[in-house]
Design a protein around this ligand. Structure first.
Ligand code: NAD
Length: 370
C-alpha cells in the first residue's frame, strides 16, 4: 500500500530541492502518494494567508510530511510559518543530525552528533511587545514550562538509547537565567537520573559553542531549548560540512515533518544551484520513520558515494579550499539525478568507510592567514 505524505514545497530554493528529493524517493521503489499543499509566499499569492488550514489538515490526516524551507520576513510582516506550524501541530521535538558525509566540505570529518531542540516554546513563543509608544524598548518573553522541558528531555534520552548513543549533553544558561534556565536544567538532571546507562553532563551555551568548534567528536546527543537549539544546529551543520547537507525532522506524539536545517536561500532561488542533499537526507529520515529501512539505507549510501566520488556535486561541495582537488560544480537537478541513478545500484553489504580522523586546519585557514 502506498504511503500518503504531505508535500510542502516551500519558498526560494524549496521547490527545487523538494523536487530533487521526490526524484530520489521515486528511485527507491517505495510507493508514495504525495499530497501537495502550499505554505509561505505561494500560499499568500493563492489564498492571502501564509499558513492555510488546508496545510494543517493535510499533515494531521497523513501524519507525515516533507517540507521545503519557508521564508520569514525580517523585522516585520507575518509571523514565521515554521514556528506556527510547530506550535499548531505540537511538533515539539526538532531532531537535527550533523553527520560528516565522507569528510567532504569540512575540516571536522569525525563529526557525528544529533541536536535535539525543543520546538514549541522558549524565546520563539511569540510573546513579545513594544514597551513604549516610540518603540525605543521591547520585550520578548522566554516561556519555559516543566511539561515541555520534561518531554523534550525524555525524547532526547529515548532517542539516544534507541540510536545506540552513549553520551547526552544538556545545554542551557542557568547561571544567568535563574528561572527559565534552572527549570530546564532541573528537568534535564531528573530525566538523566532515569537513564543510568547513558553518560549525561551539562554545558552552558557559550562554552558549548567553543567546545564544539574545538572538539565536535566529544559530543553525541545534545538536548536544549528552542533558540539555543536553532543556533547550535546551524553551527553543527557547519562542522559537518555545511547547510547544504544538513537534514532535520520535527516530531510530535503522532505527527512527523521532515525539513532541512537550511532556509530558503532566496539568492539561489530558480537557479538550479542549491545543494539537494539536505532535502534528500530528509527522505532518508522519512523512509526510516515509515519503516522502509532498506530504502533509507540505499538513499544514504547513494548520497555518500556521490559526495565521495565528487564527479557530480553542487557548488558548495566543489569549492576550492574545501576539497583536496577542486571540481566543476554541477546543478541541483544533475546531482539529484546522479543520486537517484545510484539508489538501486548501491551495494549495501559493503560497510561504509568511517570518517577519517580530524584533518586539522585545511587550505581555508591557510588562505585566511596569508
Ligand atoms: P539560509 O539557510 O537560507 O542560507 C544561509 C546560507 O547557506 C546562504 O549563504 C545560502 O546560500 C546557504 N545555503 C542554504 N541552503 C543551501 C543549500 N541547500 N545549498 C547550498 N547553499 C545553501 O538562511 P538565511 O539566509 O538566514 O534565511 C533565508 C530565509 O530562510 C529567511 O527568510 C529565513 O527566515 C528562512 N529560514 C527558513 C527555515 C525553515 O523553513 N525551516 C530555516 C532557516 C531559515
Amino acid at each position: 500500500m502506498a504511503h500518503r505524505v504531505t508535500l510542502i514545497p516551500g519558498d526560494g530554493i524549496g521547490p527545487e530541492v523538494t523536487r530533487a528529493a521526490q526524484l530520489v524517493a521515486a528511485a527507491t521503489g517505495v510507493s508514495i502518494e504525495w499530497e501537495v499543499v502550499e505554505a509561505g509566499e505561494a500560499a499568500i499569492r493563492a489564498s492571502g494567508t501564509p499558513l492555510p488550514d488546508a496545510v494543517l489538515d493535510s499533515v494531521r490526516k497523513n501524519k507525515v510530511a516533507l517540507k521545503g524551507p519557508i521564508t520569514t520576513p525580517i523585522g516585520g510582516g507575518f509571523r514565521s510559518v515554521n514556528v506556527a506550524l510547530r506550535q499548531q501541530l505540537d511538533l515539539y521535538a526538532s531532531v537535527r543530525p550533523a553527520r560528516s558525509i565522507a569528510g567532504e566540505g569540512t575540516r571536522y570529518p569525525e563529526t557525528d552528533l544529533i541536536v535535539v531542540r525543543e520546538a514549541t516554546e522558549g524565546l520563539y513563543s511569540g510573546v513579545e511587545h513594544w514597551v513604549d509608544r516610540d518603540h525605543t524598548a521591547a520585550e520578548t518573553v522566554n516561556v519555559i514550562t516543566r511539561k515541555a522541558s520534561d518531554r523534550i528531555c525524555k525524547f532526547g534520552f529515548d532517542l539516544a538509547r534507541r540510536e545506540g548513543r552513549h553520551h547526552v549533553t544538556g545545554v542551557h544558561k542557568a547561571n544567568i537565567m535563574k528561572t527559565t534556565g534552572a527549570l530546564f536544567q532541573t528537568a534535564f538532571r531528573e530525566m538523566a537520573a532515569k537513564y543510568p546507562g547513558l553518560q549525561a553532563d551539562e554545558r552552558l551555551i557559550d562554552n558549548m559553542c567553543m567546545q564544539l568548534v574545538k572538539k565536535p567528536s566529544e559530543y553525541d546527543v545534545i538536548i536544549t531549548t528552542n533558540l539555543m537549539g536553532d543556533i547550535l544546529s546551524d553551527l553543527c551543520a557547519g562542522l559537518a560540512g555545511g547547510l547544504g547537507i544538513a537534514p532535520g525532522a520535527l516530531y510530535g506524539d503522532t505527527l512527523a515533518v521532515f525539513e532541512p536545517v537550511h532556509g530558503s536561500a532566496p539568492k539561489y532561488a530558480g537557479q538550479d544551484k542549491a545543494d539537494p542533499v539536505a532535502e534528500i537526507l530528509c527522505i532518508e529520515l522519512m523512509l526510516r520513520h515509515l519503516g522502509e529501512k532498506e530504502a533509507a539505507d540505499r538513499v544514504f549510501r547513494a548520497v555518500w558515494e556521490t559526495v565521495l566520488e565528487k564527479k557530480v556535486v553542487t557548488y558548495d561541495l566543489a569549492l576550492p579550499g574545501y576539497t583536496d582537488r577542486p571540481v566543476p560544480a554541477s546543478t541541483c537537478s544533475a546531482m539529484a539525478k546522479e543520486i537517484a541513478r545510484k539508489v538501486p545500484l548501491v551495494d549495501l553489504s559493503r560497510p561504509l568507510p568511517r570518517p577519517g580522523p580530524a584533518a586539522g586546519p585545511g587550505p581555508v585557514d591557510a588562505a585566511l592567514e596569508a
